[in-house]
Design a protein around this ligand. Structure first.
Ligand SMILES: *Cc1c(COP(=O)(O)O)cnc(C)c1O
Ligand code: SF4
Length: 312
């Protein structure tokens, strides 16, 4: 039995849906395909549970942890990989849980970077987010802060000056924007991104490769170029995770690699994210880029021609 995943849109997205923007409709409007469970669908597709030492912390890699302070988003993406936890109750970490999470980070000196994810951390009230960031920034061994968000494309007006002000930090703060199609980069979103840049945030993007939304070279090229001209560096292109009821969004890895090959030739290196797969059951993210190197002292160029290369 698949747990129902809430449906929620913001006014901003609603107006894009009403104007018939297919890429937004496919990402946000539920369909009956969600009721179908594929045999290899998983309820915890990337194995967060087994790497969660205390509530709200996922510590899978040595030098970085995820802190998940909130489990709601402004709108719910139908392909969400955390659909079993996001949008369900309980919603926020309690103060005690937050303190225990801070304590975990304080006592793990190997933690060089803290990544706020969720849910959408930017949905928190500026004072609360500021308090969390102050606490993390005050930990000496934490040198880098990162926030994963979709709010600038889901509800850009919520990136207010007072929210941007709490993102202005002494330590490096990276904001990774989840965006899957250039249609999401509206003038309102541009204004929100501008406020983030002015606050000194470094902007990167992550996108999910989604069947019927962005699984063709032209759409990806347009998206990555649109990001780079906005001073946002495409960071990851995620192969979709095997979350329950999302099989209709998935495509073979070979298809994604073919797209990456087309982009490698046609498009500036600045526009190239790393294509990654989060291995099911918590084994972590790995690059799944096409390989150009052949075993037998040969290398393939972007047009598919093979050349000699003696690797010594
Ligand atoms: C994706 C992820 C990170 C961040 O990985 P990067 O490769 O540094 O972007 C960190 N922790 C967990 C548990 C993750 O799933
Ligand atoms: S914004 Fe992220 S966490 Fe929220 S519903 Fe979309 S994919 Fe899931």
């Amino acid at each position: 039995m698949i747990q129902p995943f809430p449906s929620r849109l913001t006014k901003h997205l609603q107006s894009l849906v009403e104007s018939g923007t297919d890429s937004i409709i496919h990402q946000y409007v539920p369909t009956t395909a969600e009721n179908d469970s594929a045999p290899d669908d998983l309820s915890d597709p990337i194995g967060d549970d087994k790497h969660s030492p205390v509530a709200g912390i996922v510590h899978r890699y040595p030098d970085r942890v995820l802190l998940l302070p909130v489990k709601v988003c402004a709108a719910y993406c139908r392909f969400c990989f955390r659909r079993e936890t996001v949008g369900q109750t309980p919603v926020d970490l309690t103060d005690d849980e937050l303190n225990a999470a801070f304590h975990y980070i304080e006592t793990h000196k190997e933690v060089w970077e803290v990544i706020l994810s969720g849910g959408d951390p930017l949905i928190l009230k500026p004072e609360k987010l500021g308090h969390i960031l102050d606490r993390i920034e005050s930990i000496d061994h934490v040198q880098v802060l990162r926030i994963h968000t979709r709010l600038p494309v889901q509800d850009p007006q919520r990136i207010t000056d007072s929210l941007a002000a709490v993102l202005h930090r002494r330590k490096a703060l990276y904001v990774v924007l989840h965006v899957n199609h250039a249609d999401e980069l509206t003038p309102e979103t541009d204004a929100a991104l501008d406020r983030l840049h002015k606050a000194g945030c470094v902007l990167l993007s992550q996108s999910v490769l989604l069947k019927g939304v962005n699984d063709d070279a032209k759409t990806l090229e347009t998206l990555f170029r649109a990001l780079v001209i906005r001073r946002i560096k495409p960071y990851y292109l995620h192969h979709p995770d095997k979350a329950q009821g999302t099989a209709h969004f998935r495509l073979p890895i070979a298809a994604g690699q073919k797209l990456m090959k087309v982009l490698r030739w046609k498009v500036s290196g600045l526009c190239q994210p790393t294509y990654v797969l989060d291995i099911p059951h918590g084994f972590g993210k790995v690059p799944i880029m096409p390989s150009y190197l052949r075993a037998d002292h040969k290398i393939e160029d972007c047009s598919g021609e093979i050349h000699d290369y003696k690797d010594d």
